[in-house]
Every structure is written in structure tokens, then in C-alpha cells.
Design a protein around this ligand. Sequence first.
Ligand SMILES: C[S@@+](CC[C@H](N)C(=O)[O-])C[C@H]1O[C@@H](n2cnc3c(N)ncnc32)[C@H](O)[C@@H]1O
Length: 289
Amino acid sequence: MRAKTKKSISDSLETKPSLLSHMPFLLQDLWALGGSLPHIISAVSALKIASPKTRVLDLGCGKGAVAIQIASKFGFYITGIDTMKPFLRDAQLKAAEYGVSHLCEFVRQDILEYVSRKHDFDMVILASLGGIFGSFRNTVTKLRRQVKSGGYMMIDDGYVKQDPLLLRKGYNHYKIHEETLEELTAFGDYLVTEINTRDFSEKINAEYLKVIEKRGKELMKSYPELQSDLSDYIRTQVEEYAFINEYIEGALWVLQKKRRDPATNIQKPVSRGADEGRRQDAEGSRSAE
Ligand SMILES: C[S@@+](CC[C@H](N)C(=O)[O-])C[C@H]1O[C@@H](n2cnc3c(N)ncnc32)[C@H](O)[C@@H]1O
């Protein structure tokens, strides 16, 4: 595995490269690895996409929690990309358990490499991958190349509550709300919806901590040499969640890529109407579930 890939995986899982091979053990009790699953499902549902032939790309799909539930609920075709072999194996087993193996393809590849080529999906999802592509502007630049004209881009991440000066590793891409929206829509795409995910993030972070503390202790017994790295990892996770709770507001954004006029090849703003933009706060999204 390339050093760059290894770094992006350990960053996305907020761990040290030395613990990477133990992450499947530490995270064995979790299916969703950070994505705001109920909000994503509710956002997809609100789009009211009629075609069962819809093709969805899930970048950094982990164990396929998002991908498989979308395939199962909407009948869409999913391509999930990740480099963690044990996660992809779990994803395949879960797809079989949910009876959607025929709709799901899980590919072992570096997403940094995958997005260097253009694709024509109907929707792309980037859930809980932080600033893997850099700024939100760079992220949208990459994601737009993965979907067709009029296609959807779903980003599950967040923005800074007030202070834009965040001196914590992995938080460089965060901006205040207004600047984040400017970057997300820098290419004239339409913001279909924004959902506040704080409630779910707090819940999943607490659950995550409980799990890694329990499994971390078990791992220390089998690998005493990892004691210091594991203790560091658990301590950093505790600090990380305290930091997120204080400074970051979780958000899920759905953008619709500007349509291209086939006659003139000119990019047209997406018309409102059926897809009238909605901002849902946590309350709104809960009622939509
Ligand atoms: C925090 S998890 C989120 C997983 C999934 N989206 C979810 O919400 O359950 C991040 C995932 O991204 C994957 N990942 C990180 N960097 C990657 C890269 N460069 N190429 C492929 N997968 C990557 C990790 O292996 C991990 O499974």
C-alpha cells in the first residue's frame, strides 16, 4: 500500500499507522464507521428518485453500512470503494445478509486514484472522510467529475461553529458556515439540502468510544507492545470528540450538479421546482425519517 494511501486511511480513522492492521479488531462491533446513516437515508428518500437504475458511488465505503442500506431501501446500484480489505469483506457479507449482493460492487482501490478519472454516476457519497481531498472547494471539484450533469453529491462532514482558527491536525479544511457554503457552491451547483447531524454524531461518537475502550483493553492483553500506542489512540479519541462537540457543527449537504445544455453545451443553473431547496435542521430531518 502506498504511504499516501496508508496516511489517508489512518487519518480518516483517526489512528496511527502502527494500529492500522488492528482497526478491524477495534471496530468489529460497529457497522457504520462515522457516516450519519439515518440522515443520509432520509436525504436520499427526500430526493424522490424514481429510476431503479440509479447508480451510486460511495467513496471510502468502510463496511458498506451506507451503501448497503441505500441498495436495500431504494434498489439502487452501488459501487463502494475502500482499501481496507477486512472492511470490504464485511461489506460483502452484509450485502448478502441484506439480499442485495446483486446491487453492490465493492472495489479495493485508493479513492484518491479513483477520482482522478471521470465517471458518470447519478450520485456520489463522501461520508465521514474529512478533508481527504483538501478544502471543500477541492472536494467538490473532485466529486463533480464523478457524477453526470444534474447528478447529486452528498457530503457528510461539518463546519466550524465560530472560531475559524482551528489548530488541530485534520481540521484544516473546516471553515465557518457561510464560507463553507460558498466553497460548496463555487461552481454554480444547487444546494438541495443541508441537514444538521449533531445529534447523530454525538450518539455515534459516544458509542465509538465505548467500543474502542473495550476492544483496546482486549488488544493490549494480546499485544502488550501496543499498550502505549493504544492508550494514546484512546486518549486522542476522547480529546477529539470533546473538540468536535465544542467547535464543529456536523452537517450533511446534498448538492445537485449544474445541468449542461446538450444543444449549446452551456452549463445551466438547475431549476428549482420538484427539487425545491430545503434546509432541514435536526428536527426537520428527524420528522422526515
Ligand atoms: C471513517 S470511515 C467511514 C466509512 C463509511 N463512509 C461509513 O460512514 O461507514 C473512513 C473510511 O475511508 C477509508 N479510506 C480512507 N482513505 C482512503 C483512501 N485513500 N482510499 C480508499 N479508502 C480510504 C477507510 O479505510 C475507512 O473505511
